[in-house]
Design a binder for this molecule. Structure first.
Ligand code: HEM
Length: 307
């Protein structure tokens, strides 16, 4: 079949310098194109943060009656503990007394362990190659967001090499003025966070059998014990303080970043600007409080250890 039969005007002819790749090149180096790129990658990263927070909230105990499996795992652990800890044998002369007390107090924690570890195992093993595509995509989003945002900032600086005599940004919020610095803190936090939980380099978990590397922790079903890793991570006070402080900085970054991205993507005008601001604050505070609850639940003893 000839091309004319498919497209009566014949194949599209591009003028020199007017090809799709040339258009993309021009668009992506323009300030508007770069702002859209920062906004879009920012919104997608926020999507990751919401997904990540919902997954991690599984560390909290539920209100429902724990399953028989969770109770059985708690009973097994109680026996192990009673046999290996002489103080427990002194406090509870009869092993069954300790076993029932432990099951009553901890079965919900074993249920939460089951939920979090099943979810972590699903992400790591059941998704197959998809997890690597997702990780690569996340890294690409992160790097693009960072590099393009810094380039835009430098461009704005070049356009105005001499600072304003009177600060024209006086009306801008503290969040808007500190986007670059809060962004740098989030980058540093992410590096620390990967060293902490993905590589387990910061500190081993304390178990009745001595210190164990985070990645070697196993649950009763032989899966990686992400639950005990999260609990161990937040039992170190300085680590918890670091997480809480950086979550507050993330709140400041997102409170401005989300509304600014939505406005760049077209949510502007009398009705839409307040909606973008409200959405920005709403989503940023949800992520902040969700992550705060995870750290505090370990401190306050809501999320209990199972080791
Ligand atoms: C209290 C808050 C948080 C908790 C409890 C938490 C917990 C975790 C855990 C346990 C892992 C390892 C998962 C595994 O390998 O099994 C992880 C990975 C990760 N976290 Fe977080 N996280 C929190 C906040 C954040 C924030 C604010 C960011 C981004 C700024 C973030 C970015 C990441 C990334 C990029 C990974 C690696 C994902 C992967 O390897 O596929 N996390 N997090």
């Amino acid at each position: 079949m000839s091309t004319a039969a498919i497209n009566p005007k014949g194949p599209r002819v591009y003028a020199p310098g007017n090809t799709p790749s040339a258009w993309a090149g021009t668009y992506l180096t323009s300030t508007v194109g770069q702002k859209i790129l920062v906004g879009l990658t920012g919104i997608l990263l926020v999507g990751f943060l919401v997904f990540h927070m919902i997954g991690n909230l599984k560390v909290l105990p539920g209100f429902e009656e724990p399953s028989e499996k969770a109770k059985a795992h708690a009973a097994e652990r109680a026996v192990e503990k009673w046999k290996s800890e002489p103080e427990l044998q002194q406090r509870y002369r009869v092993m069954d007394d300790y076993k029932s007390a432990f099951v009553a107090e901890r079965a919900r924690a074993f249920e939460a362990q089951e939920h979090l570890n099943a979810y972590a195992a699903f992400l790591k093993h059941n998704l197959g190659a998809l997890i690597w595509i997702a990780r690569g995509g996340l890294l690409l989003l992160f790097v693009t967001h960072l590099v393009v945002a810094i380039r835009l900032r430098l461009k704005a600086g070049e356009a105005r090499p001499v600072g304003y005599v009177t600060q024209r940004t006086a009306q801008a919020s503290v969040a808007a003025k500190t986007m670059l610095w809060t962004g740098v803190v989030i980058l540093l936090f992410t590096v620390f966070h990967l060293a902490h939980y993905t590589a387990g380099w910061i500190k081993p978990a304390q178990t009745p059998n001595g210190p164990v590397h985070y990645l070697d922790l196993k649950d009763p079903d032989g899966r990686h014990d992400a639950y005990s890793m999260v609990i161990a991570g937040f039992t170190t006070p300085w680590v918890s303080v670091l997480y809480i402080v950086t979550q507050a900085i993330l709140l400041v970054h997102l409170s401005h970043g989300i509304q600014s991205s939505l406005q760049t993507l077209g949510l502007v005008g009398k009705r839409f600007t307040p909606a973008a601001k409200l959405l920005g604050w709403g989503i940023a505070s949800t992520i902040f409080f969700g992550n705060l609850v995870i750290v505090m639940s370990v401190w306050l003893g809501w999320a209990k250890p199972v080791l």
